[in-house]
Design a protein around this ligand. Sequence first.
Ligand code: 13P
Length: 396
Amino acid sequence: MLVTAKEMLEKAVAGHYAVGQFNINNLEWTKAILTTAQELNSPVILGVSEGAGKYMAGYKTVVGMVKGMMEELNITVPVALHLDHGSYEGCLKCVEAGFSSIMFDGSHYPIEENIAKTKELVKICAEHNMSLEAEVGSIGGEEDGVIGMGECADPNECKAIADLGVTMLAAGIGNIHGKYPANWKGLSFETLAAVKELTGDMPLVLHGGTGIPADMIKKAISLGVAKINVNTECQLSFADATRKYIEAGKDLEGNDVDDSIFSANAVTVVNFWFNGCKPCVAELSKLNELNETLKGMGGELIGINTETLDGNKSGIEEALKLLESQGASYRNIYFDSDTEAGRYAGNIMAFPTTILIDRNGNIVGEPFLGGIDNQDNYDQLLEQINAVVAADSNNK
Ligand code: 13P
């Protein structure tokens, strides 16, 4: 069950700690954040920007995903689902969709208008038992296309908004979204102390959590910050991990050779090789040339490197380097040794070995041994390839 952020933040103020708001942008992030919060036995706030809400197919989809996931994963720590930097209309949509918390970012309006709109939302949130975050003084940097210049809030304006009965208040104190520039002056603790002085026990929110040094975070908490927002840091690690995963060929691991590879081609030429095999490496660029020729004939060349079986990371990295160094860009596929193709590769006695496979997935003729960087070998192999292609067109 979703809860509001009210109780968790009141406890945080009293206990002199802060609760993390981590923005969610897809199912994978949501799962990672929820399971981590459960593992750490910590309350958590899931932030959803308007752009992320749109990307995830709307607020109702987000509510369904989060609630379903909490039930299926047995998440028992307090979880608030919170709209991040909402417009007035966005706030109303999230009330209807079943969020437990919203942020109305009226910082770009004149203070009177910010107050008027926040006041209306205080009433609506009370009726729906939801928590409400308000903002004074825009947060710098860019988030979701919203560009803030980063300013320090006026403590009196903060008090005026806090007095409306909001649950928590984001006050600009020189913090910005995204990475901090090298010339960033740091947080304005003077502003924070002045806001705290006037707003009492109101839980304060620190946006732009990515990249703020730990000592500043601790000091901010000692001055009343009870909620810290993080988004960019997760974006960076998600992008980094995804890139590494793909580059290491992990997405292709564990797959047996898919028959559709063969059915799409009049002939599939499969070349078995390994990194330490000099003649294998020597023919990589010629194989690339052959692949170009094959394309014009309705065929394809595929590499299978026996050192990449079973997701051998260092073998895959080395293979990719060798292919690149030889200008070879044809497809190399990875799979487990405990598959038909894996067992075939495991039984090969001489490298390089090249086999021809017809459209029905059958090996045609004898395995071709030796490097095709030798012109005689190349011509011989091409002759066999032509025979398979001719047979394929006769069978049509
Ligand atoms: P960062 O993207 O800088 O971590 O800031 C997140 C945030 O403040 C969300 O409102």
